[in-house]
Ligand binder design. Sequence first.
Ligand code: DP6
Length: 332
Amino acid sequence: MEKGTCRANANIALVKYWGKRDETLMLPQNGSISMTLDGMHTTTTVEFLPSLKADEVTLNDALLADGKEFAQVVEHLNIIREMAKIKTFARVASKNNFPTAAGLASSASGFAALSMAAAKAAGLKLNPQELSMLSRRGSGSASRSIHGGFVEWKRGEKSDGTDSYAQQIAPPSHWPNFRMLTTVVSTSEKKVKSRAGMKQTVETCPLYPGWLSSVNADLDAVRSGIKEKDFHKVGATAEHNCLKMHATMIATNPPIIYWNPATMEIIHLVQVMREEGVPVYFTIDAGPNVKVICQEENMQDIEARLKELSGVKNVHVCKPGGPAETLKEHLF
Ligand code: DP6
């Protein structure tokens, strides 16, 4: 069997995925829309080797010993082994080119790259739709990292998940001056992972039905806003959608508050800049880091003003990025 090496970019949601309707098949309660980030990627090489007695996984050159991360990778390899009808263990090496502290979820790029590389190494020939569904099984948001540009992950209706996959809305070339500035703020408090946070929200938040009843209108607005390149429509809807998601987190029992003072500082600055007439919005995932949404022509000023804030440690500028792809050069 041959080695498979693939690279996938991270993505940030403009309409968030928050809540599962099936935890085994990783089926979402609602659809979501994201932008794939140029240059923030995971590269993964997989080789199935008959000589191995167990799966062997390294992440950023460190061997993953028994633990949650290792177990998730093994579980995902098991899905692929079942699809390919093989029992062989695998050697997996994975590297992120962005710092772990960049405030980006590495699970999206990580499981997209792992799915594509392992499928190739196992001799499976999967189309993008099948790859998206396979990536979804590792981490929901990974289903979107298979495609480049602006991407929608369909909720789907079927209980077997065969209609829950991501599709491209528009390629990166459609809106090349769209920018996402990912700010890194200090993170001292303990973080609740997305998976646990969304489960708790679905189970205990009295506001969750309100989230679900309003998310389809957000999907329609952001989808059409992307097609029309209507920056205000996309930005304003994305910001409101993120605030609604955080409202459900805060109203969960026990509450999950991901924000810290630096998060608030950035939110206020974005509001001030908007009052001054600058087209700028924000979105926030399950953590304190804020992603600032703007267009290239305003980017430099916005970046400079963000860097003036005492709580902001770093700012990474991201353009719309390309799809997951196969590489010829392997990591081992
Ligand atoms: C807030 O995809 O990391 O970033 O499916 O349990 O692995 P699992 O969760 P994950 O959740 C992402 C949540 C979010 C919103 C989003 O990216 O859509």
